[in-house]
Write a protein that binds this ligand. Structure first.
Ligand code: SF4
Ligand code: SF4
Length: 342
């Protein structure tokens, strides 16, 4: 892998030079949070931004989009409407979330809508400092070796830039004069020191040891009723989770005409209607059953299929759920600890 150095003061110049690769998006302050937004002014780019409200999935699977239009001549794919983008400021946990979506949408089953957007979206990762809600160390997603085009690691007045793809290499070549190939022993030492310091910044008290076994042992436990009683079935946890990927497909038909669109939008297994079928039967009508499904899928079933949890420790369920149901409180409850939900 090619590794280079970029002076932090040259970041804006570099982003300007790669503007031909697509629209630039980066985290921008929104109240006391951050959200990925299209950047019109490079002064708005903040490499130290915290977790965004929505993760990277919004670029690859937008909350709502049309897959194709149809009329009396047949159907017309709408893949061509996807724009080229460069997303700056992705954190390691979120890139790991994308790797999970790659498994779902681009490996055994190929979703052309996902693949097209993934291909057209360059990802520039940036190293981050965990806040009190991050636990990516516990899920082994605090670093990432693939899934990005460039990754910028902290190095004092510089960034250490890891080139992760041929598109990343093209971006570097477009701004070649800004990069330095000479990584000194002092730089490497500085990088190691920073990594060590970062390790000490994780504050979240969470223990996921033996979670798959605990799920198996507690599958019929009353804790699920307790959690289900508190859940509001709002679906917010699924919307903000980088690895949740359920969707619904609906047709919008023009009245009196032979035309319409087939649309796709985010859905969530935490919602009541999700498992409602024709005739009115609901396979997971109770909130307890839906909570059990969500958490079992994240921390047990996905490991069985893919060898790792589908939780990347981003902390969004912790900062989002209005009644404090999240990976931390569910893990504690399953371990038999007393937890007070809101
Ligand atoms: S389960 Fe929670 S912490 Fe884990 S990836 Fe999803 S939102 Fe992030
Ligand atoms: S767990 Fe929390 S965020 Fe998720 S559906 Fe229930 S109330 Fe909403």
């Amino acid at each position: 892998m090619r590794v280079l150095k970029l002076r932090k003061k040259d970041l804006k110049k570099m982003l300007e030079k790669i503007s031909s690769f697509g629209e630039l998006w980066a985290p921008v302050k929104k109240g006391d949070k951050f959200a990925f937004q299209k950047i019109d002014n490079l002064n708005d780019v903040d490499p130290n931004a915290g977790r965004t409200i929505l993760p990277l999935k919004k670029f690859m699977v937008p909350p709502r989009f049309s897959m194709f239009r149809y009329d009396k001549d047949g159907y017309h794919e709408q893949l061509g409407e996807v724009t080229d983008r460069v997303v700056f400021g992705a954190h390691a946990c979120d890139i790991n979330g994308l790797l999970i979506l790659d498994k779902v949408f681009a490996e055994e089953f190929s979703d052309p809508y996902y693949i097209e957007r993934r291909k057209r979206t360059a990802i520039i990762g940036v190293s981050c400092v965990p806040d009190e809600f991050c636990f990516c160390k516990e899920t082994n997603t605090d670093t990432v070796d693939e899934g990005y085009d460039l990754f910028f690691s902290e190095l004092g007045d510089d960034f250490l830039v890891w080139v992760g793809s041929s598109k990343g290499d093209d971006m570097v070549r477009a701004a070649e004069e800004l990069f330095d190939e000479n990584i000194s022993v002092k730089d490497i030492q500085k990088f190691i020191e920073w990594k060590k310091w970062r390790e000490t910044q994780f504050k979240m008290d969470i223990d996921l040891t033996a979670m798959p076994d605990i799920f198996e042992l507690k599958i019929d436990d009353k804790v699920w009723e307790k959690i289900g009683e508190k859940c509001l079935a709002c679906g917010s946890c699924s919307m903000v989770c980088p690895t949740c990927n359920c969707f619904n497909v609906t047709d919008t038909v023009a009245l009196g005409k032979m035309e319409g669109t087939r649309d796709r939008c985010w859905d969530a297994c935490t919602l009541h209607e999700y498992s409602l079928v024709a005739g009115g039967h609901n396979f997971r009508g109770s909130r307890a059953d839906r909570m059990k499904l969500w958490y079992t899928h994240k921390l047990q079933a996905f490991i069985g299929e893919f060898g790792k949890p589908s939780c990347v420790g981003c902390g969004r369920c912790i900062t989002t759920c209005p009644v404090d149901i999240n990976v931390k409180t569910v893990a504690k409850t399953l371990r038999g600890e007393e937890v007070y939900f809101k």
